[in-house]
Unconditional design. Structure first.
Length: 91
């Protein structure tokens, strides 16, 4: 069963998270269910990803947050409300 939402805003946010994973890991094949750490991510890249996420959304997540939700889809489920609220206030 997929954890992805069909909400258009969530879909757009998921696309942004996937793009951030791809950018950070320099891998255009990464998808929404790819685990950051199993596709080449490590702690320093994780901090880079979290920094970029903060720049884009204003939301500060921790390394523990990423460890607990290591895929774009899981991160959206776990922290989508905060990320969505931030994205809406910036538009």
């Amino acid at each position: 069963m997929s954890t992805r939402s069909t909400n258009t805003g969530d879909s757009r946010l998921l696309d942004q998270l996937v793009a951030l994973w791809r950018e950070t890991l320099a891998d255009p094949e990464i998808g929404p269910d790819d685990n950051f750490f199993t596709v080449g991510g490590h702690s320093l890249l994780a901090l880079r990803l979290l920094g970029r996420l903060h720049e884009l959304t204003g939301v500060e997540l921790t390394l523990v947050d990423l460890l607990e939700a290591p895929t774009p889809a899981e991160l959206l489920v776990a922290h989508g409300t905060a990320l969505s609220a931030s994205a809406e206030t910036e538009n």
